[in-house]
Ligand binder design. Structure first.
Ligand SMILES: Nc1ncnc2c1ncn2[C@@H]1O[C@H](COP(=O)(O)OP(=O)(O)OP(=O)(O)O)[C@@H](O)[C@H]1O
Ligand SMILES: [Mg+2]
Length: 231
């Protein structure tokens, strides 16, 4: 995937199995979010193909991919600030329902699932960062995905909220979802991921179990050596 002269993701090829949690990791600018944009259909890949659930979707529109069961959350959360929490989730649920009332009932279920029951009827602009990440997940879940892409769900949230978010992702997997998570926090990766791909400058540098990745010399040097991987 190239933007003008910048090759943001170079020759990256991977697959994820049903029920698996795959982590994408790597320093800032590694190409992780761009990879999600390509999978979700925001950017067409300069080269290569994407298949989902046995079908090629390389040229499929983003909304069709969503209807086929592919959902994602955004690194920078972007709820409708002037809608309530449950109304934001209804936006995801509406495709599956004839009436708004039914969409609301289903939306409410996901609001409860992500732990926002108490906040269901406040405007989204009143949420904290961690709560906005939960809202993103509820909105994505309401589209009834098979594959969910989570872009830095623990990024920018206070440490105290991280264990709850880990539990939530485990619960989503328990619902039968396949997940690809972009994550900087090695502890989160170790707790959640079956497999991790470490990228740098658009290139896959290592792939393996979280334990294998954590031992990889390039990972240690580039990522773990200077703190938390940011910077
Ligand atoms: N729309 C765009 N136009 C031009 N360059 C872009 C665009 N989007 C991303 N890039 C560049 O592509 C590269 C990869 O960016 P990307 O956002 O995928 O990184 P990332 O791994 O998600 O980083 P971070 O950890 O900071 O979120 C960077 O060099 C970035 O500047
Ligand atoms: Mg990113």
């Amino acid at each position: 995937m190239a933007f003008g002269g910048i090759v943001a993701v170079d020759n990256l090829s991977f697959s994820v199995q049903p029920g698996e949690i795959l982590a994408l990791m790597g320093p800032n600018g590694a190409g992780k979010t761009t990879t999600f944009h390509v999978i979700a259909g925001v950017h067409a890949p300069t080269k290569g193909r994407i298949t989902f659930d046995g079908h090629e979707i390389t040229d499929t529109r983003p909304d069709r991919r969503c209807r086929a069961g592919l959902a994602r959350t955004f690194q920078i959360t972007q709820p409708f600030d002037e809608l309530t929490v449950v109304e934001n989730v209804m936006v995801g649920a509406i495709a599956h329902h004839r009436s708004m009332a039914d969409a609301r009932v289903e939306a409410r279920r996901y609001v409860d699932m992500v732990g926002l029951s108490e906040r269901a009827d406040i405007l989204a602009k009143g949420l904290s960062t961690g709560q906005r990440k939960r809202l993103e997940m509820a909105r994505a879940m309401a589209t009834r995905p098979k594959l969910l892409l989570l872009d830095e769900v623990t990024g920018g949230v206070d440490m105290a909220s991280v264990p709850g978010l880990i539990e939530l992702v485990k619960r989503l997997r328990g619902e039968g979802l396949t997940l690809i998570i972009i994550e900087h926090n090695m502890k989160v990766i170790t707790e959640l991921a079956d497999r991790a791909i470490f990228m740098n400058r658009g290139v896959r540098m290592a792939e393996g179990t979280p334990a294998e990745i954590a031992r990889h010399p390039e990972v240690i040097e580039l990522y773990l050596g200077d703190g938390d991987g940011h910077g």
